[in-house]
Design a protein. Structure first.
Length: 377
């Protein structure tokens, strides 16, 4: 960490630097003022998590560390790797599914995201898997990042502009999907998968590029889809767990003392927990507001449920071969390991109604068992 006099970079200065230099690094953050980019907009749960991260860093360090979050406008999600590598930002949300060539080993939890429908158990299993996977950590290191925890969504549903009464209604429908697993699902049921960054979904729906969105119901609030989406078909098929919720630029981590590393990890853990708390609240608020605005929330028809069950069985049976072809070594063993972690975290989180308990669980089960002095090496 540099010891130069602290300076602040305003959003306007940062945007100007980006305009003039593309993704060229801004001047190194001076002192202890960090640039953070939750990147998905001010209404997204990540923004609340990053606010928590900043406040916890300030509190735990007695004000020695602080920061500013650029929820949007500075770096888009599909620009985050370059932004972290070059120092445009110090902390950023990294969707590994957007970068399949860079995150081969780390993609395994995301590929298996359909296994789990609980945001707590999915986040816990993913965090523990990646934090204890040397090949995964090496991928982050190669990109100038340190993995500090996974943030996952609540269970995915089918959000559409038109009513869905049977499987036939989905045939040929262009659906926005956020990862390979959900693209496979869309194709299997006869829909057309369209991959794009989540912040683009409002315009895509508005312009008819897509007619539906596969994601948490919380996206109604996060991206203000209330006037575009007319039905949410509840199917509860998996979570999106291919996100490093707050990757830290490695030069910063390397310059921290062990005590400060502990402070940073405690703050990151609190931030990930806040993201989950806000996700669940966003879902609840979206359902309440959506119903008030006339959006129909319906259970999936039987033929969609049957098609989903058949897909899940087939997809899991093909998982080892698919991941081996992607380049994951010993894929069968790693699949079994993630399945075991999923069951472990389902048991750990079963019956928990206060999501803030997740903070204690992750520290107990993951970070307290890792030597932060040598992490992530």
């Amino acid at each position: 960490m540099t010891t130069k006099t602290k300076t602040k970079t305003t959003l306007g200065q940062a945007a100007l630097a980006l305009t003039l230099a593309g993704l060229t690094a801004l001047p190194a953050t001076a002192g202890t003022e960090l640039r953070l980019a939750s990147a998905f907009g001010p209404n997204h749960p990540s923004a609340a998590g990053y606010d928590k991260l900043i406040s916890e860093l300030e509190r735990l360090s007695d004000g020695r560390y602080t920061g500013q979050n650029f929820a949007s406008g500075l770096v888009a999600p599909n620009e985050m790797l370059s932004a972290l590598e070059t120092g445009i930002v110090d902390v950023g949300s990294v969707l590994m599914a957007y970068y399949p060539a860079e995150f081969v080993e780390s993609s395994l939890p995301g590929e298996m995201g359909l296994l789990n429908t609980s945001l707590m158990s999915s986040s816990g299993a993913t965090t523990e898997y990646i934090a204890t996977c040397p090949e995964c950590l090496a991928e982050f290191t190669a990109l100038n990042e340190v993995f500090t925890g996974a943030s996952t969504t609540s269970a995915y549903q089918i959000l559409t502009k038109a009513p869905i009464t049977s499987l036939a209604d989905l045939k040929g429908m262009p659906l926005r999907t956020g990862s390979a697993a959900y693209s496979r699902w869309a194709q299997a049921i006869g829909a057309t998968a369209v991959q794009m960054p989540a912040p683009e979904v409002f315009e895509a729906l508005n312009q008819g590029v897509v007619e539906g969105h596969i994601n948490s119901a919380g996206d109604l609030k996060a991206y203000q889809l209330f006037d575009i989406i007319h039905q949410v078909t509840n199917i509860n098929f998996g979570t999106f767990n291919g996100c490093s919720g707050a990757s830290l630029r490695k030069e910063i981590w390397d310059g921290l003392s062990l005590d400060d590393r502990k402070i940073f990890m405690a703050a990151f853990n609190a931030a990930e927990t806040q993201i989950l708390v806000t996700y669940q609240a966003s879902v609840d608020q979206s359902i309440e507001e959506g119903k008030a605005k006339g959006i129909a929330f319906v259970d999936a028809p039987d033929d969609i449920k049957a098609a989903n069950a058949a897909f899940l069985q087939k997809d899991l049976s093909e998982m080892e071969e698919r991941l081996t072809k992607k380049g994951i070594k010993n894929a069968g063993e790693k699949i079994a390991r993630f399945e075991a972690l999923t069951k472990k975290w389902e048991k750990l989180t079963d019956g928990i109604t206060d999501i803030s308990e997740y903070d204690r669980l992750v520290n107990q089960e993951v970070w307290s068992k890792i030597d932060l002095a040598s992490y992530p090496n």
